[in-house]
Design a protein around this ligand. Structure first.
Ligand SMILES: Nc1ncnc2c1ncn2[C@@H]1O[C@H](COP(=O)(O)OP(=O)(O)O)[C@@H](O)[C@H]1O
Ligand SMILES: [Mg+2]
Length: 294
């Protein structure tokens, strides 16, 4: 009725009607206590691309400002996800005097970042990026810089110490306690990480959680995967990293000295930094331009 009478308001971009169409029909007013259901249905409605676009254009007409629908939609989807895990890089070595490496960062971003949703289909499939090169080339620090810069673009980021099979298993098992309650058996959230079978069980549960079909926006970093399980006399700590990459979705960043891992995804070889970058590093570390030492 209202719409028919005042359709000119719509033509001028001044009429917006928001109505959670499905899922709430059966809930009468006295049942408003069923908050969970109301919240879930409302969330689904708001997150639908069409509704979100309308909310944006309504906001734009109220504030007069233009807003980037695609990027904001990704950000909102991540923030509201039931799989959101708070960001934590405890135990990860972070270099305080990091000098940006824009070209290398660009490569990782193109490889791993979720592409903005353009219609109702989400990005599917697994994304893998490999940073390889000799020890000390800055692979780990570049990985740290990437996750710090883009922490809002993933629902969960787990940093895994891939130096050996043992450290990897421990890191994976340690993820369990960060997963939202109720989504993983509580025994694994409180698992004793000095007990091998408890670790194995927790790893199984974490893996199953990462493999849930609707839990697709996480990032796993396998750092320092340096031991070659295919070597002639493989170290007993060496392992095949593919055995630990869960499911067929999500994003994976691997830092490694092993050239052979290049085949697993988009590979970037890190060599010695060029003159310009090494000058910038020197200046950052010593606080003075290089010329002053000549
Ligand atoms: N972009 C950078 N800016 C400044 N220092 C860096 C940078 N990358 C690496 N470093 C320094 O070099 C060291 C080795 O880097 P790291 O990332 O651990 O190498 P890799 O993982 O390739 O063995 C770091 O501890 C840090 O001190
Ligand atoms: Mg490293």
């Amino acid at each position: 009725m209202f719409y028919r009478e005042y359709s000119d308001l719509d033509d001028e971009g001044r009429y917006y009607r928001f109505n959670v169409s499905r899922g709430l029909g059966q809930i009468a007013i006295e049942e408003a206590r069923r908050q969970d259901q109301v919240t879930a249905a409302t969330r689904l409605y708001i997150e639908a691309q069409g509704t979100f676009r309308q909310v944006k254009s309504c906001a734009k007409s109220l504030t007069g400002r233009n807003v980037n629908v695609c990027e904001d939609h990704v950000a909102m989807k991540i923030l509201n996800s039931k799989y959101k895990v708070s960001f934590d890089l405890k135990g990860v070595p972070i270099c305080q005097k990091f000098v940006p490496r824009p070209n290398d960062m660009d490569f990782i971003e193109k490889s791993l970042l979720p592409t903005p949703v353009t219609d109702d289909t989400d990005d599917i499939g697994r994304k893998v990026c490999i940073l390889h090169g000799l020890g000390g080339m800055g692979k780990t620090q570049l990985g740290v810089a990437f996750v710090r810069k883009h922490k809002e673009e993933f629902t969960a980021i787990f940093w895994l110490e891939g130096r050996s099979k043992d450290t990897l298993m421990r890191s994976l098992a340690g993820c369990a306690k960060r997963i939202p309650e109720g989504q993983i058996p509580s025994t694994s959230r409180t698992a004793d990480l000095s007990n091998e079978s408890a670790i194995e069980e927790a790893v199984r549960h974490v893996r199953a959680w990462l493999e849930r079909p609707d839990n697709t926006d996480w990032l796993l970093v396998f750092d320092n995967v340096d031991k070659d399980h295919l070597a002639e006399n493989p170290d007993e700590d060496a392992y095949d990293v593919l055995d630990y990459v869960p499911g067929d979705h999500g994003s994976v960043l691997i830092t490694t000295r092993l050239e052979t891992l290049q085949e697993l995804g988009d590979a970037l070889g890190l060599r010695k930094v060029d003159d310009e970058l090494s000058k910038a590093m020197f200046e950052k570390w010593y606080g003075k331009p290089l010329g002053e030492y000549a």
